[in-house]
Design a protein. Structure first.
Length: 407
């Protein structure tokens, strides 16, 4: 049974207001605008009404006191219903049950049962089948009687079922059916998972069988490897003894070979010194050949110059002879001139003979220099051949020394 209603900041109730509802018939009377409808709206709101239109507003924050000429607006609204539960109608083990709802201008809200936070669903479950739900017959607004009279039998049946107290069972039935449907969906998913797991299990079993066979083969292989290892160890032990005996022999031979190698190294050092000496001689021969080539080039340049001069003298002799012929034609009148010219010709012939002798001497010197250069070149070739032969001998000796050192 409804016992009291407390309003704080709900619509026109800016101050904390408490309505007591004693046993019997209680009526709320007053002129228009005094807040009678706000009391009904408060009861519907605290019981979980979610339709803002049913509460005669545009948004849920409209239920908060919006201020007046002398008072500022509030930032929250709170409504509390107190029920007498001495007969245990409500499924809570307390003599009184308080239902509270708060809302803030930020849009947040909360529900409380006996000052303990709860869900809207908890409140609806609490009042299901008691006739105190928001859509039950306990709250009939102005004009709702005509709606009930004109409603369909299905809608009226909802009210009768709520009055009869079977609506909670129908709600539980619907909830149970929903849970059964979810369970069936879960079962289907579980069946799919089981099928998938079985498919994977078959593969895992095959892999397990393969792993078992692999383990058996691995164990057998390990045993075989152990036997083979023991056999190899014995054979290696015998071979090691043989190798140690051979190593002792090789050590003796190595000492003997080391002595021979030292002797060969001394011989190789002596050969290297001789090779270096021959290389020095070869370089000296190359220098002398270069000097002879320069002298030959100088002689050739001088010979070419003398030849050019000889050709010039021959040309001059021809001119003199031509002049002599001309002078002979005029011999009578120019005897003295002819004699002078004859003397010049004789002088030119003398010079010609001297130049010819000098040219012959230059050619003889050129021939001698060429012969010396050829001899030097042959000597250089022989020296180089001897040097190459010594290098090959030294390489062969080095290879033999290396081979003896490895043995």
């Amino acid at each position: 049974m409804l016992k009291a209603l407390e309003l704080v900041g709900f619509k026109s109730f800016a101050d904390k207001t408490r309505f007591e509802f004693p046993r019997g018939i209680t009526a709320v009377v007053g002129p228009n605008g005094s807040g009678k409808s706000n009391v009904v709206d408060a009861i519907k709101w605290v019981l979980g009404e979610q339709s803002v239109k049913s509460l005669r507003g545009k948004e849920m924050a409209d239920v908060i006191f919006n201020g007046s000429g002398g008072r500022p607006p509030l930032y929250s609204a709170e409504t509390t219903l107190t029920f007498d539960n001495a007969d245990g109608l409500l499924p809570i083990d307390t003599p009184e049950v308080q239902i509270t709802r708060r809302v803030y201008r930020s849009g947040e809200g909360e529900y409380l049962i006996n000052r303990q936070p709860c869900r809207l669903r908890d409140i609806r479950d609490l009042f299901s089948g008691t006739g105190a739900a928001t859509e039950a017959y306990s709250v009939i607004e102005q004009g709702k009687v005509d709606v009930l009279l004109q409603s369909s039998p299905k809608d009226r049946r909802v009210i009768f079922e709520e009055a009869a107290g079977i609506s909670r069972f129908k709600a539980k039935k619907v909830e149970s059916l929903r849970r059964l449907e979810r369970v069936e969906q879960n079962l289907l998913r579980l069946a799919d998972i089981v099928d998938e797991v079985e498919n994977q299990l078959r593969g895992v079993r095959k892999q397990a069988a393969k792993a078992q066979r692999y383990k058996e083969y691995s164990d057998r292989l390990q045993g075989l490897r152990t036997q083979v290892g023991l056999t190899d160890w014995r054979q290696l032990g015998k071979r090691l003894e043989t190798l140690l005996a051979g190593a002792a022999r090789l050590t003796t031979e190595a000492q003997r070979n080391r002595t021979e190698a030292e002797s060969l190294e001394a011989t190789a050092a002596q050969l290297e010194a001789e090779i270096a000496d021959l290389g020095e001689k070869a370089r000296d021969a190359d220098a002398r050949v270069a000097e002879d080539r320069e002298r030959i080039a100088t002689f050739e340049s001088k010979i070419e110059h003398e030849r050019e001069r000889l050709r010039e003298l021959e040309r001059e002799q021809e001119r003199q002879r031509a002049q002599l012929a001309t002078l002979l034609a005029r011999a009578g009148s120019q005897q003295q001139h002819w004699r002078a010219t004859l003397a010049a010709v004789e002088t030119a012939q003398t010079e010609h003979r001297a130049i010819s002798q000098y040219l012959e001497a230059g050619e003889q010197a050129l021939s001698d220099a060429t012969a010396r250069w050829q001899a030097v070149r042959e000597q250089s070739d022989r020296t180089r051949a001897a040097h190459v032969a010594l290098l090959r001998t030294a390489a062969a000796l080095g290879n033999e020394i290396t081979a003896w050192g490895q043995h």
